[in-house]
Design a protein around this ligand. Structure first.
Ligand code: NAD
Ligand code: MN
Length: 495
C-alpha cells in the first residue's frame, strides 16, 4: 500500500485538511491500493496559484521544446507500461489485456504530442487589400482544470494533459476518487521527464467538494471534463456564468445493428467485446443490440451461449475475460437496472445477479446479463447502465433498425454490421453519433482521430488527434499592413 500526496508546484504535499481516503481493489475489497489526501479548497487554491505562476514561463517555451518533454514522458511510460497496467487493474478492476491497452493509448497520445509540437501550423490567407498580409496563430489560454472519470485511468487523463500542456497551458488535474493512483504515477513521470514545477498539478478529492470550487475559481480559464451527463450539465452551467471554455465528454447509449446479410460470427465477436469488455463500463460500451427480424432468434442463441462461457475473476489473471465492477455502489446501480428491466417486461436470458464464487466473493462481480424482447421505449433501452447489461431489440427492417438506433438522447458511438455496400453508406449518413463503425464494435477508438459525441453526449468538442488542440488553444488573427497608408477593408475595396 502506497501513501500518495498532492502534487503542487512540483512538490508532493499532504492536504491541509489532514484527511485521507483509501483506494481499494474492486476484485478484492480487502486490498488497499493506496491512501490519498482528501483535499479541501485551500489545497486547490494553492495548486491553481502554482499553475498560474508557472504559466508565464511555460507558454514562452517553444512548441518543439515542449514536445520534447512529451517524448521523454512517452519513453518512460513505455518502460513502465507493465507496472502501470498492473496498478490499473488493481485499482480499477478491468483485465490486464485491457489495462495494457489503456496504458498504450496514453503512450500513443504522448507520441502524437511529441510530433505535434513541430507542426502546429496556422493559416496564411490573401488580403482584400494590396500590401497587406493575413495569418492566424494559436495560443494557450492559461490555467485549465482537467476532471476525469474512473473507467480509463490513464487514457482519458492523457487525452487531456498532453494537448493541454503541449499547447502552453498549465493544469490542475482532479482524478476520479476510485482510480487516483494511475494519475499519481503519471504525474511523477512528467516530473522525471523534466516538466517544470507548477505546470502540472494534481489534487485528489471529491467532486462535490473541490470539483465545485474549481469551476468557480476566477483563475481557471477552462474546464475539460469527462464523466456523466448529469455532472457535465452542471459543469456547463457553472462555466457558462463566467464564460470559461468548457469541453464535455459525457455518457452514451450505444447500439450495434446487425442486418440480415451480415457475417454473424463477426457480429457476435463484436457484440461480446462491445457489451462485456471493460465489464460494460465504457462510455462507448454497446448497451443495445438491434437485430433485423430474420436473424433475431438465431443470433440470440449464439450470443447466449458465448456470453455464458465468459470467465469472471481477478483481471491480473491472463485467462480472465471479465473483471469486477468498480465499486459496490456501481453494482447496486446495475442490479437496480436489472430489476427495472424485469418489471418493464423484458425477458432475461442470462445473468441478472452478482457473481460470488471462489476468489470473486470479495469483489464486485456481476454476471454478463442479456435482456431480449426489449422495446425501444423501455428505460433499459434508454438510460446509460454502465455495466455488463445488454438490451436486445428486434427491428423489422433496415429503416426501423436505424430509427431505433437513433432513438436516444445520447450520440456517442454506433456499430453497423452488413456486407451490403449501399446499406453501409446509408447507415453512415443516417447515424446520429460522433463515431460510426462498420463491421466493427462500438468500442475501439484510435488516439489520432477525433473522439466525441453528438446530442447529450457532449457540447460539440472532439478530443483525440488534432481536434483536441482546438479545445486547448485560442486563435489569434493577425493583419499586417505594409502599404504605409490607411486602408479600409470593405470600403476601399468597393469602387
Ligand atoms: P462522474 O460524472 O460521476 O464523475 C466524473 C468526475 O467528475 C469525477 O472526477 C468526479 O469526482 C467529478 N465530479 C463530480 N461532481 C462534480 C462537480 N459537481 N463538479 C466538478 N467535478 C465533479 O462520472 P464517473 O462515474 O467517474 O464516470 C462514468 C461516466 O463517465 C459515464 O457516464 C460515462 O459514459 C462517462 N464517460 C464518458 C466518456 C466520453 O468520452 N464521452 C468517457 C468515459 C466515461
Ligand atoms: Mn480503486
Amino acid at each position: 500500500m502506497k501513501q500518495y500526496k498532492n502534487l503542487i508546484d512540483g512538490k508532493l504535499v499532504d492536504s491541509k485538511s489532514g484527511r485521507t481516503f483509501e483506494n481499494r481493489n474492486p476484485a478484492n475489497w480487502d486490498e488497499v491500493v493506496g491512501v490519498f489526501p482528501k483535499s479541501n479548497v485551500e489545497d486547490l487554491n494553492m495548486a491553481i496559484e502554482a499553475a498560474k505562476k508557472a504559466y508565464k514561463k511555460w507558454r514562452a517555451v517553444p512548441w518543439p521544446m515542449r514536445s520534447e518533454i512529451m517524448r521523454k514522458v512517452a519513453q518512460i511510460m513505455i518502460a513502465k507500461k507493465e507496472e502501470l497496467s498492473q496498478l490499473m487493474t488493481r485499482e480499477m478492476g478491468k483485465v490486464i489485456k485491457e489495462t495494457r491497452g489503456d496504458t498504450q493509448e496514453g503512450i500513443d497520445t504522448a507520441l502524437y504530442a511529441s510530433l505535434e509540437g513541430r507542426k502546429f501550423y496556422g493559416y496564411t490567407l490573401p488580403s482584400e487589400l494590396p500590401n497587406k498580409s493575413c495569418m492566424t496563430i494559436r495560443e494557450p489560454l492559461g490555467v485549465w482544470s482537467l476532471i476525469t472519470p474512473w473507467n480509463f485511468p490513464i487514457a482519458i487523463p492523457t487525452w487531456k494533459i498532453f494537448p493541454c500542456l503541449l499547447s502552453g497551458n498549465t493544469a490542475v488535474v482532479k482524478p476520479a476518487t476510485y482510480t487516483p493512483a494511475c494519475v499519481g504515477e503519471l504525474a511523477q513521470i512528467f516530473k522525471e521527464a523534466g516538466l517544470p514545477d507548477g505546470v502540472l498539478n494534481v489534487v485528489y478529492g471529491s467532486g462535490s467538494e473541490i470539483g465545485e470550487a474549481i469551476l468557480n475559481h476566477p483563475d481557471i480559464v477552462g474546464v475539460s471534463f469527462t464523466g456523466s451527463s448529469e455532472i457535465g450539465k452542471r459543469i456547463g452551467e457553472v462555466c457558462g456564468k463566467t464564460l470559461k471554455r468548457c469541453s464535455l465528454e459525457l455518457g452514451g447509449k450505444n447500439g450495434q445493428v446487425v442486418l440480415k446479410d451480415a457475417n454473424l460470427e463477426l457480429a457476435l465477436e463484436g457484440i461480446l467485446w462491445g457489451a462485456f469488455g471493460t465489464t460494460g463500463q465504457r462510455c462507448t460500451a454497446t448497451s443495445r443490440l438491434i437485430l433485423e427480424a430474420p436473424i433475431y432468434d438465431k443470433f440470440i442463441d449464439m450470443l447466449k451461449a458465448r456470453a455464458e462461457a465468459l470467465t469472471l475473476g481477478n483481471g491480473l489473471n491472463e485467462d480472465i475475460d471479465v473483471g469486477p465492477l468498480v465499486s459496490e455502489s456501481q453494482r447496486e446501480s446495475i442490479h437496480g437496472y436489472v430489476e427495472i428491466g424485469r418489471k418493464e417486461g423484458a425477458r432475461m436470458v442470462t445473468g441478472g445477479e452478482s457473481y460470488k464464487q471462489g476468489e470473486c466473493a470479495n469483489g464486485w462481480f456481476y454476471k454478463p446479463t442479456i435482456f431480449v424482447d426489449v422495446l425501444p421505449t423501455m428505460r433499459i433501452a434508454q438510460e446509460e447502465i454502465f455495466g455488463p447489461v445488454l438490451s436486445v431489440i428486434k427491428a423489422k427492417d433496415f429503416n426501423e433498425a436505424m430509427s431505433i438506433l437513433n432513438n436516444t438522447v445520447y450520440g456517442l458511438s454506433s456499430a453497423i454490421y452488413t456486407n451490403d455496400l449501399n446499406l453501409a453508406h446509408k447507415a453512415i449518413e443516417l447515424t446520429e453519433t460522433g463515431i460510426v463503425y462498420i463491421n466493427a464494435p462500438t468500442i475501439g477508438a484510435e488516439c489520432h482521430l477525433p473522439f466525441g459525441g453528438m446530442k447529450d453526449t457532449g457540447n460539440g468538442h472532439r478530443e483525440g488527434g488534432w481536434t483536441a488542440y482546438e479545445i486547448f488553444t485560442e486563435i489569434k488573427t493577425i493583419y499586417i499592413d505594409y502599404s504605409g497608408s490607411l486602408q479600409k477593408a470593405q470600403i476601399d475595396t468597393q469602387g
